[in-house]
Design a protein around this ligand. Structure first.
Ligand code: ADP
Ligand code: MG
Length: 420
C-alpha cells in the first residue's frame, strides 16, 4: 500500500488490513476512531471497539513534514522506524515501562501500540500539584535499564556497533543539534522569548565562557555514542498515574550520551518547580510542592546511581571492562572505584546538558507548557529568569558538582530571593 496520510475514517479500514492486529480486533467488531495527538510532529489515533473500549490501540503515523509548521518543513517519515525500534528494545530491557508494540508498517510509516487509557501526560498533573510516589523508582529503573543494557558495559563490541548502526537517525538529530545547542544562542528567526528578558538573552548569547561550555556540550552530544538514548525525555514524553509510569515517543532515539536523558528528566522537574511561582499563589502550598519536587529530583538521581552501580556489578558482560580485566589483587576495589568515577562523570554531564536545555527552553524555538501557560508576562519572567540563571550555572559550574545536592543548591540559591 503506497503511503498516504490516514484520517479517522480510513484508519479503521487500514487497521483491519494489518495481519498483526487480527488477534486484537475480531473481524466482526465495530470500530471507532478519533485523533488524540497533541504533538508537534505526527498523527496519533485512538482506535477502539465500540462495544468494549478496553479493546483498543493507538496508531501513530508520521507525516512527511513537521506538523506544527506545515508542508513547507519536510521531515523524513523514517522516524517511525526509529521510534518502533526503540520501543521494542525498551520492551526487552525495561518491560512495563513503555507501551507494548503491536505492529509496524514501513511503507505507511505507522506504528500501532498499546493505548494507555488510565495514564496522563505528566506535565499537566505536575502543574496541578499531583504527586506520584512511585515515579522516582520507575523512571530511575527506566534510565538504568535502557542506558546500561545498550552500552559497551553490557554488550559486546560487535553487538553494540550493530545496534548503533540501526539508529543513525541523522535528520532528527540535526533538529536537536540546531534547536538545543546552536540556534537559541545566536540570531535565528524561529527563536522566541519573553521581551521582558531581552537583556538577559543578549547577555547569555555573549557570555564567552558559557558559549564555550555550550559548544563543548554540543560536541559531546554529537560524538559520544555511549548508549541508546531516548533523546526527548521531557515530562511530555512520560505518561503516569499513581501506580504506573510509561515512557512514550522515542522518535529521536540514537546512540548518544547517557546524561542527556537523565538531564531531560531532572531539568523538566526544575522547570515545573519554577512554574509554581505563577501557578500556585498560595505560599504554603507552593513551598510544600516545591519541596516534593526537590525530594523527587534527589531520589531519581540517588536511585539511578545505586541501581546503575548494582546493575553493572551484576552484569559486567560488555566489551568495556571484562571481569578478568580486574583479576588482580585489589582489582575488585579498582572496579568499584571505576564505577564510582563513571557515575560521578554522568552527574557532571547531566549538569552540562541540563544547563543547555534550561537555556534553550527560555530563548529557543519552543518553551515547555508549564512555563508557556503562565499568561502574565511579568510572572512568567520571574520563572524564566531563574531558569536562565540556573541553566547558566549548571553548565559553568559542572566540574564542581559531586552530588545531586550540589545541583539542587544552585536551584535553591537562585530561588531564595524570589518572594511573590
Ligand atoms: P508526537 O511525536 O507527535 O509528539 P506523541 O507520541 O508525543 O506524538 O503523542 C502525542 C499524544 O498522543 C501524547 O501526548 C498523548 O496524549 C497521546 N498518546 C501517544 N501515545 C499514546 C499511548 N500509547 N496511549 C495513550 N495516549 C497516547
Ligand atoms: Mg514526538
Amino acid at each position: 500500500m503506497a503511503y498516504h496520510a490516514l484520517d479517522t475514517n480510513t484508519v479503521i479500514d487500514y487497521v483491519r488490513t494489518r495481519p498483526a492486529l487480527s488477534d486484537i480486533f475480531a473481524p466482526d467488531v465495530k470500530l471507532t476512531a478519533r485523533e488524540v495527538g497533541d504533538g508537534n510532529l505526527n498523527l496519533v489515533f485512538l482506535v477502539e471497539n465500540a462495544d468494549d473500549p478496553t479493546n483498543s490501540v493507538v496508531l501513530k503515523q508520521a507525516l512527511p513534514y513537521l506538523r506544527v509548521v506545515g508542508e513547507s518543513w519536510p521531515l523524513t517519515k523514517e522516524r517511525v522506524r526509529y521510534e518502533t525500534q526503540a520501543l521494542r528494545k525498551y520492551n526487552e530491557v525495561a518491560p512495563g515501562l513503555v507501551p507494548e508494540v503491536y505492529d509496524y508498517n514501513e511503507e505507511m510509516s505507522t506504528l500501532v501500540m498499546e493505548f494507555l487509557r488510565s495514564h496522563e501526560i505528566m506535565r499537566k498533573p505536575l502543574v496541578e500539584r499531583k504527586r506520584f510516589p512511585k515515579f522516582a523508582d520507575h523512571i530511575s529503573t527506566f534510565l538504568v535499564n535502557s542506558l546500561f543494557f545498550s552500552s559497551d558495559l553490557y554488550l559486546s563490541g560487535v553487538e553494540k556497533k550493530q545496534l548503533e548502526a540501526t539508529f543513525t537517525n541523522e535528520h532528527l538529530r540535526k533538529l536537536q543539534e540546531d534547536f538545543v545547542y546552536t540556534n537559541p544562542f545566536k540570531e535565528s528567526e524561529e527563536n522566541n522569548w519573553n521581551p521582558l528578558l531581552d537583556d538577559l538573552v543578549q547577555e547569555t548569547r555573549s557570555n564567552a565562557e558559557l558559549k564555550i561550555a555550550l559548544a563543548e556540550a554540543k560536541h559531546h552530544y554529537t560524538t559520544h555514542a555511549e548508549a541508546l538514548i531516548h533523546a526527548d525525555l521531557h515530562t511530555g514524553s512520560i505518561m503516569v498515574n499513581e501506580e504506573d509510569t510509561r515512557v512514550i515517543d522515542p522518535e529521536f532515539a540514537f546512540f548518544g550520551p547517557m546524561s542527556y536523558d537523565i538531564a531531560a528528566v531532572l531539568q523538566n522537574l526544575v522547570l515545573n518547580l519554577l512554574s509554581h511561582y505563577a501557578h500556585t499563589p498560595d505560599k504554603t502550598e507552593r513551598a510544600s510542592y516545591q519541596k516534593y519536587l526537590r525530594a523527587t529530583i534527589r531520589d531519581i538521581w540517588t536511585k539511578f546511581a545505586e541501581k546503575f552501580d548494582a546493575t553493572w556489578a551484576a552484569n559486567n558482560k560488555g566489551e568495556a571492562v571484562p571481569n578478568d580485566y580486574w583479576d588482580f589483587s585489589g582489582g575488585e576495589q579498582a572496579f568499584a572505584q571505576y564505577r564510582r568515577r563513571y557515575i560521578s562523570r554522568l552527574l557532571r554531564e547531566t549538569a552540562l546538558h541540563g544547563g543547555a536545555k534550561f537555556l534553550r527552553r527560555m530563548m529557543g524555538i519552543v518553551s515547555v507548557w508549564d512555563i508557556s501557560s503562565i499568561e502574565d508576562p511579568e510572572l512568567r519572567a520571574i520563572a524564566e529568569r531563574a531558569a536562565i540563571r540556573i541553566g547558566t550555572r549548571w553548565a559553568l559550574e559542572r566540574n564542581d558538582f559531586f552530588s545531586i545536592d550540589d545541583l539542587l543548591a544552585v536551584v535553591q540559591e537562585e530561588t531564595d530571593g524570589i518572594d511573590i
